[in-house]
Design a protein around this ligand. Structure first.
Ligand code: ADP
Ligand code: ADP
Length: 228
């Protein structure tokens, strides 16, 4: 479960990105975070995996109070949270296989486990035949599926995606959405910041709309609600 209590975030330059956010997201939910550019969506998702700290208020992730989380414990939090970015962030000189295995090697899994788990997640995203390719040899949609595989290989309870389809064409975007849906069906919480009206209105989920740093709407089976 993710709980935010009266969360404020003001950056060092004085910009207040969030002001007084209260929200509860249960394990297994699929949530879109929508709103205009600069509204605070990225800040909202970054607070969850502790890429940013709140200026005030409290954030709990599965009963862990992030304000009390020691720096050296942050890796344990991050193991439970997979993150997918708009720009994929793959290591260009490593193969698909190596990009995904990397996330497991840093936590000292056995070679056999690594192999099994990498091939399992490549199967989930439909890219078993691309294990030996390097990112440049793949389409944008395929690269994003590699980054999703990397995000789930540690079997996190939560997957956060910040504009995951922002660099992809509409058809590829729908495929990516289906991949997130199947991950969510396995019980993983999915939180996706998005500007895709087509996705939000087609695959109906909970919608949290952030405007000017506050939660303007929070609806089950919500609509995108903006023109673009
Ligand atoms: P969104 O994802 O909805 O576009 P952001 O959370 O990225 O919104 O940004 C919210 C506000 O905070 C914007 O005014 C943005 O310029 C500002 N902001 C975001 N990140 C930083 C940062 N690291 N330092 C200063 N200001 C920032
Ligand atoms: P793991 O089994 O994941 O390797 P350990 O049992 O070795 O974790 O835990 C090491 C320390 O980190 C313990 O003090 C544990 O309470 C703490 N810890 C484990 N998971 C988390 C988490 N998600 N967030 C914060 N601390 C954690």
């Amino acid at each position: 479960m993710i709980l935010m209590k009266d969360v404020y975030k003001t950056y060092a330059n004085g910009v207040t990105a969030l002001s007084g956010v209260n929200v509860k997201i249960d394990q297994g939910e699929f949530v879109y975070v929508v709103g205009p550019s600069g509204a605070g969506k990225s800040t909202f998702v970054k607070l969850i995996f502790r890429e940013e700290k709140p200026s005030s208020g409290q954030i709990f992730i599965n009963d862990i109070n992030l304000s009390e989380l020691k720096e050296r414990k942050i890796p344990y939090l991050r193991r439970n949270i997979g993150v997918v970015y708009q720009d994929f962030r793959l290591l260009p000189k490593l193969t698909v296989y190596e990009n995904i295995a990397f996330a497991l090697e840093v936590i000292e899994e056995s070679p056999r486990n690594i192999r099994n788990r990498v091939m399992d997640v490549l199967d989930v995203v439909g890219l078993k035949n691309k294990a030996k390719s390097i990112p440049d040899e793949l389409s944008g949609g395929e690269q994003q599926r590699v980054s999703i595989a990397r995000a789930i290989v540690n079997r996190p309870k939560i997957v956060i995606a910040d504009e995951p389809t922002g660099n992809l064409d509409p058809e590829t975007s729908l495929d990516i959405l289906k991949t997130f849906e199947s991950i969510n069906e396995g019980g993983t919480t999915v939180i996706m910041a998005t500007h895709s009206k087509a996705i939000v209105n087609q695959f109906k989920k909970r919608v949290i709309a952030i405007e000017d740093g506050i939660i303007a709407r929070d609806e089950q089976q919500g609509e995108y609600g903006y023109e673009v």
